[in-house]
Design a protein around this ligand. Sequence first.
Ligand SMILES: Nc1ncnc2c1ncn2[C@@H]1O[C@H](COP(=O)(O)OP(=O)(O)OP(=O)(O)O)[C@@H](O)[C@H]1O
Length: 255
Amino acid sequence: MDEQQEEFAIRVRDLVVGFGRQTVLDHLSLDVRRGEILGLVGASGGGKSVLMRTIIGLIPRWSGAIEVMERPIGGRTQGAATTWGILFQQGALFSSLTVRQNVQFPLRENLVLSQELMDEIAIAKLEMVGLRAQDADKYPAELSGGMTKRVALARALALDPPILFLDEPTSGLDPIAAGDFDALIRTLQRTLGLTVFMVTHDLASLTTVCDRVAALADGKIVAIGPMRELLQSEHPWVRAYFHGKRSQMLQHEMR
Ligand SMILES: Nc1ncnc2c1ncn2[C@@H]1O[C@H](COP(=O)(O)OP(=O)(O)OP(=O)(O)O)[C@@H](O)[C@H]1O
């Protein structure tokens, strides 16, 4: 295995994905470095979710190659649950299961463990995401938006995956809860050495937690780098995104 390969958690080459006559991703290439938090921005309907879902093998590709932790993705991906955890936009907890049972779900699906050990793991994961042991017996309907995201995160981390996919993790949270969630992601990435792939529109997240930001436009990654470099990009869509009135106002306030 060469050194360059080892450096990347995810490698996407010349990826083409579409539906019917619509091409969504058009010869897209992207490398995600091990241990980084990469933020993905793009127009609404531009293909961010499609890219994420194709990487994790949920959407078939027309052509191109994808490698995750040096393993090609294609057909039925084996061992996926232990390679990545996913936090979908709505949290997507099972409403009829308690918090504890939700966090234990991937353990039950993938491992054979005693109930006692599973209970210990569930509590440890809940504490890791800033929840208390008392929260374990609650049902999803009894949780705030921020708590729901934290439980979903605990569930995503149940099997200790090296990669975490987050689909708009702060959407629907108030700015304080969103800031707390960003800080949690940063702490987990540092302490667990996670690679994080985050689709987000949240300028504060992009500025404060992402090591690099990738911009998706016209089905391709048109700019990638630290936020300060993206702000210098000459690409028309990237300029419009970061230098439009609304973004300018927020950036001004963040200074
Ligand atoms: N399963 C599907 N079948 C058909 N078309 C789809 C499917 N999934 C996505 N698309 C189309 O692919 C395009 C990209 O959608 P996608 O959800 O990736 O956008 P997005 O960048 O994540 O947008 P948003 O920021 O609004 O969530 C859209 O035109 C969408 O209608």
